[in-house]
Design a binder for this molecule. Sequence first.
Ligand SMILES: [Zn+2]
Length: 162
Amino acid sequence: MASGLQSIDNINHEYFMDIAIEEAIIAGERGDKPIAAVLVHNNNIIGKSSNTWNTRNSKVHHAENWLCMEYSNYLRKYGKECIIYSTLEPCIMCISTIIMADIRNIVVGYEDIYMKTWDNIQKLEWIFSRINNYKIGIRKEKCIDLIKRYGEEDDKKILLPE
Ligand SMILES: [Zn+2]
């Protein structure tokens, strides 16, 4: 395993995912995609972020990469001890940014069945070797409900299970 935080077993993942879900609801109500991320270090919330596709009129403003950018100085020092929570599994762009920002622990609400990030990164040695923990399915139903409630038709088509 890569250096940094090793076990994330004794952490209340549901608690932090609920915070991410609250943030995703704010994004959905605002007219953005209902996806959010929370950065946690030593059981403290360091920062929160959500998708801003429509607010910023930008398809590359995702919750996770923006969170990494905003807290990049902090992450340079403590990234390896941090956990990132995301309501939807990070896309390939964001998982790359997460690893570049030194985060080794990723907790996901709902897997991205369209982009299949987990399947893809297992083939990418540079990324895969830098992940200590990758947990999928925390508050899964609630995270799927976000897409059902606020997702655009295209999102529903590609992201929801049959
Ligand atoms: Zn992304």
